[in-house]
Design a binder for this molecule. Structure first.
Ligand SMILES: C[S@@+](CC[C@H](N)C(=O)[O-])C[C@H]1O[C@@H](n2cnc3c(N)ncnc32)[C@H](O)[C@@H]1O
Length: 272
């Protein structure tokens, strides 16, 4: 059966890379480099180190799992991804790179399903839960935050890159109708896209403290839009994927210019 999240993004990457996020375009000008830069930013904000045990929600095709293990030298990664094709791809990549299953235990499943967490974690408690450019796609980000709190070790950290409504954006406006249409098209639950104050309150209500949101939109949204407009290797992507990128790029450019959405780096610590 066709999947919404599949291997289409492979066509955007340089050889042997398989990222699938919006990228951080402050210095990078090609897709794989920009995606890796966004992952690095998240890992740094999460404060990953040699003691970390990472639970990665929505790990895509797995490049980020290798990054946590090699760049940040974390002890172990676990993860859940809804996509069957991406999870299989990630398993192959990890095996090719020589990581034993004990270092990187990943499963296919829905992050809002508590069983999926148990399947990869057992009774272990990760020091970090990460969600790189995917929490807006989850059926419920609130439920994801609650499960993260439940499974994290004491003083564990949650870190995400995610969309939220711009402070100026009014939910009764015409532009909000455009946003709702785009969210439906992109399989994103409307309840996941909230203002920054509400986002912070949701983290605090779930039992997190030191919650911090950094707006990185200017280096993400216009950069991705420019990339899809000018990408030379379009022929490698199928027409459906090309259409998806073109619409997403245009929408992100508009959502940035008209202050509808913001793209942010979010982190918080589990309260004792
Ligand atoms: C935009 S992609 C980002 C992929 C990857 N993190 C990266 O940066 O390359 C969104 C990811 O979230 C995953 N995802 C979406 N809904 C999910 C869910 N309910 N449970 C687990 N993973 C999910 C998708 O399969 C996909 O891998």
């Amino acid at each position: 059966m066709a999947e919404f999240h599949d291997l289409a993004e492979l066509a955007l990457n340089r050889d042997n890379q398989s990222w699938g996020n919006l990228g951080y375009w402050k210095k990078d000008t090609e897709y794989s480099g920009a995606c890796r830069a966004l992952a690095l930013l998240l890992g740094e904000d999460a404060r990953l180190d040699e003691q970390s045990v990472v639970f990665d929600a929505g790990f895509g095709c797995g490049d980020q799992l290798s990054l946590w293990l090699t760049h940040f030298r974390v002890v172990q990664v676990r993860g859940v991804n809804l996509s069957r094709s991406q999870t299989a791809h990630a398993r192959d990549r990890l095996a090719e790179a020589g990581f034993p299953a004990a270092a990187a235990a990943i499963v296919q499943g829905d992050i809002n399903d508590g069983q999926a967490w148990h399947a990869t974690l057992g009774t272990d408690r990760p020091s970090h839960v990460l969600a790189l450019d995917c929490a807006y796609h989850f059926p419920s980000r609130l439920e994801f935050i609650a499960l993260s709190h439940q499974h994290l070790a004491p003083a564990g950290r949650i870190a995400l890159t995610d969309f939220m409504l711009a402070d100026q954006h009014r939910t009764g406006s015409i532009t909000h109708q455009l946003l709702r249409w785009m969210l439906r098209r992109s399989h994103i639950a409307e309840a996941n896209i909230v203002h920054r104050t509400r986002y912070l309150n949701q983290l605090r209500a779930a039992g997190f403290e030191e919650a911090r949101i950094i707006d990185i939109s200017q280096h993400v949204m216009p950069g991705f839009a420019h990339f899809v407009r000018t990408f030379q290797g379009k022929a490698r992507a199928g027409w459906k994927a090309r259409l998806k990128y073109a619409v997403t790029g245009r929408f992100l450019q508009c959502a940035y210019r008209r202050s509808i959405l913001r793209y942010c780096l979010i982190s918080a610590t589990k309260k004792d």
